[in-house]
Ligand binder design. Structure first.
Ligand code: MG
Length: 310
């Protein structure tokens, strides 16, 4: 667990990246044994991390107090992305059941949304909660394209959209409908922008492998803009997070890519497995947890995340 792991390390592409990392910090492999690890979410009050192991139909839990790892939930409905709402509750995207759920403080699981205009979602993939409590999620078809991460089925909606769920009214609205396969998403620190990844290249060599940046309307209900913010130079951007200074830390084929607020690639954290998602955690939110294919990695940074229940 300690020491330098082969295939890991920082790559400084622009000098500003040096200010965001710790040179003497090394990437640790905290756990291995999954098939496709995704959806890390940090629970500050309990000092633990939850993440998904999608093909194994389970969610895992890393206890930061003693380093132990255990099964958090199994079966998990092939859960994928996870987030935390303003009350510190777990919000989960489920492939098999094609829905978004919330786990209450009493442990009960509530279905927040499972359809749009009467038709079932494809397979909700990733989720983020805005400061106003609204829940934003993406709906690509990965859970219905194959039985490995869900169950093969036809799309009822016939498109892959990004949605906003309003917990006050239970309304679901489509906020972006021009994506091929929308995937990871995160707000800028001031929530003026919403960044959304498109992994259309997974099934089309000419498809998108980029992150787009949308402007959030003043009432926090709709999006405009949506220009390409950054294109991935290795594999695809899947899940990502934004730090307090507005830098994006994104999954990519060769590790984690750090993008400046202007969309420039400033540095990388090399990881020897394809990375699917990341999440800031630890008591100071200065540790990046990295879900990468079979393993959970972590590295301390000189950058801090933003807690959703701040
Ligand atoms: Mg994803």
């Amino acid at each position: 667990m300690f020491g330098v792991i082969e295939g890991t390390g920082f790559e400084i592409i622009r000098p500003e990246f040096a200010d965001r990392i710790l040179f003497h910090a090394h990437v640790e492999r905290l756990w291995t044994g999954g098939r496709w690890c995704e959806g890390p979410a940090w629970f500050a009050a309990g000092r633990y991390l939850v993440w998904s192991d999608i093909p194994n139909d389970r969610m895992m839990r890393f206890d930061d107090t003693d380093g132990s790892v255990s099964v958090f939930r199994q079966p998990s409905q092939n859960a994928n992305g996870n987030g935390i709402d303003r009350q510190g509750r777990l919000v989960t995207c489920e492939h098999l059941s094609r829905r978004v759920t919330r786990t209450g403080h009493d442990g009960s699981v509530t279905v927040l949304a499972d359809r749009f205009e009467g038709r079932k979602f494809n397979s909700p993939n990733d989720v983020v909660v805005r400061a106003d409590g609204s829940i934003w999620f993406t709906d690509p078809p990965y859970g219905i394209l194959m039985d490995y991460e869900g169950r093969r089925a036809d799309s009822e909606i016939g498109g892959c959209h990004v949605y906003r769920f309003d917990p006050d009214t239970d309304d679901v609205t489509a906020v972006a409908t021009d994506y091929v396969k929308p995937n990871g998403l995160a707000f800028s620190p001031d929530e003026q922008y919403l960044y959304i990844a498109d992994t259309g290249r997974s099934h089309d060599p000419d498809g998108p492998a980029h992150i787009r940046r949308h402007i959030v309307s003043d009432d926090g209900r709709t999006l405009s803009g949506g220009e390409v913010f950054a294109t991935c130079s290795s594999g695809m951007f899947d899940g990502f997070r934004v730090d307090r200074d507005g830098y994006l830390w994104s999954s990519a084929g060769d590790g984690v890519h750090c993008l400046s607020p202007d969309g420039d690639l400033v540095g990388k954290i090399h990881i020897p497995e394809t990375v699917a998602n990341v999440c800031f955690g630890g008591p100071k939110l200065n540790r990046l947890f990295i879900t990468a294919t079979t393993s959970l990695y972590a590295v301390f940074l000189n950058s801090n995340g933003i807690h959703p229940a701040r």
